[in-house]
Structures are given as C-alpha cells and as structure tokens.
Design a protein around this ligand. Structure first.
Ligand code: ATP
Length: 231
C-alpha cells in the first residue's frame, strides 16, 4: 500500500444506462510518472474523473484512504482538458488563485512567492505575470494551468492531455520537468502521443473500449501487437 497512490477495485462508470468504463483492479504507483493511453473515446478522461470522485461507483483509495472531498482537495491537483477563463484575471492572480497560505482568494498586490516565480520561469511565462489569462495563447494558457496546479503542492498531480496546445519544445520541457519531480509528487496523465509516453512515463495504462487492456512498465505495455490491436 505504501508505494501506491490510487488503488481501484470494481469501478463502473455509466451514463444513460451505457457502461463507459469498467475497471476490476488497477493500482497506480506512487513516486512515478504514469501515462494513460488509448484511442479517442475509450474512457481515459472518465478514469481521471472517477479518481477525483466526479464519476462512477466502486472502491477507490488514495494512499490507503477512501477518496472523499477533503482528501481529494488536500492530496490531488488537477488540470482538466478544457480550461475556463471567464474571470478577467492576470497570470499572477490566476496561478495563485485559492492559495491557502495567502488567506485571500487572489494575491493581487503581494509579490509572487519565490516558488511561483521559479515555475513561471521554468514554464516560460515569466514575462507575462500581469497579462490577462484570457489574452494568452492556447499554449500559454495551458502552461499557466500547469503552474497553478503545481503550486497546490499536492502529492498527486492529475493532468488530462497536458500537452494539448504545447509546441514540441514545451512538451518535452514539461515532461522532463515532471520526471525530475517524482520524489515530490506522482503524476498521472492522459496522453495521446505514444512517443512521449514511451519516452517519459515509468508506468503505462492502456485503455480500450472502457477496459484496461494492459498496465505496467512501458516495455510490457508498449508492444506493437497490443498497440495495433487497440489503435
Ligand atoms: N456524461 C456523459 N454522458 C454520456 N456519454 C459520455 C459522458 N461522458 C463521457 N461519455 C462518453 O464516454 C466515452 C469515453 O469518454 P472519455 O472522455 O473518457 O474518452 P477519452 O478516452 O478521454 O477520449 P479522448 O481521447 O477523445 O479525449 C465517450 O464515448 C464519451 O462520448
């Protein structure tokens, strides 16, 4: 149990009497970068939603405890597939949104904490702290989402297609950064790019038609016959 983040047993996610996802047993290791792969519409995002308690029924534990709203809030940071930027926030305000240490919803006037400044530099946003988030490009917005999630300092980071909108340099830079941080937190991400998954993930979950086809080390899962069957 110590080396697991999520443990899933008998999970079923249904919508309009159709089963979208059925997982009998799946363990996600801790201290590791896990990629969930598979074609469109096979249940990858649904799996992530189930892990944060937004969908499905079954037994899901995180660090050995049933996933409850409080546990989720303190242990999991999340970047979904579709960002929402209706509020006119600056990058500075957005990435520090809801930070508990400030005691305020936004940290408008306060200088950015060093950790935030460092992440803005790592993710190439250092020149834009006062720009409105809704004026950023798609890739800049995605990087701001990732910085915001990293600043939650959660032990588990869930990312749904984090490479969406990122150019190739930023894709590799993100993956390298995350792999350097596996002592601090575990990453579970949905990825479409099989090359990125093979190059950077230490654990891979392959889904097809709402089922786990294989899970384990990249060499065991990224086999041509398995991928050809699914794709
Ligand atoms: N609320 C819902 N009601 C009905 N069907 C849904 C609902 N949510 C998801 N689905 C369906 O469940 C299936 C899995 O969706 P999901 O978003 O998990 O796929 P995915 O593997 O993440 O796909 P993609 O790679 O295209 O993002 C899809 O066929 C989708 O249309």
């Amino acid at each position: 149990m110590d080396n697991l983040s999520f443990s899933i047993r008998n999970l079923t996610v249904s919508a309009r009497s159709k089963i979208l996802l059925r997982v009998e047993a799946l363990d996600i290791p801790y201290g590791c970068h896990t990629a969930v792969i598979g074609p469109n519409g096979v249940g990858k995002s649904t799996l992530l939603k189930a892990l944060i308690g937004q969908a499905g029924q079954g037994e899901i534990t995180l660090f050995g405890q049933a996933v409850a709203p409080q546990l989720k809030q303190s242990k999991v940071a999340w970047v979904g597939q579709h960002g929402s930027y209706r509020m006119p926030l600056s990058v500075h305000e957005y990435i520090t949104l809801g930070q508990k240490s400030s005691g305020k919803l936004f940290q408008t006037a306060a200088p950015l904490p060093p950790a935030a400044q460092e992440l803005l530099e790592v993710f190439d946003l250092a020149g834009l702290p006062h720009k409105r988030v809704h004026d950023l490009s798609g890739g800049e917005q995605q990087r701001a989402n990732i910085v915001r999630a990293l600043l939650q300092n959660a032990p588990v980071l869930l990312l749904d297609e984090p490479c969406n909108h990122l150019d190739i340099r930023h894709q590799h830079s993100l993956m390298r950064y995350l792999n350097r941080q596996t002592q601090r937190f575990s990453v579970l991400m949905v990825l479409h790019d099989l090359n990125l998954a093979a190059q950077y993930a230490q654990h891979i979950v392959l889904l097809n038609q709402g089922r786990v086809i294989a899970a384990g080390a990249p060499k065991a899962v990224m086999r041509l016959e398995l991928l050809a069957e699914v794709h």
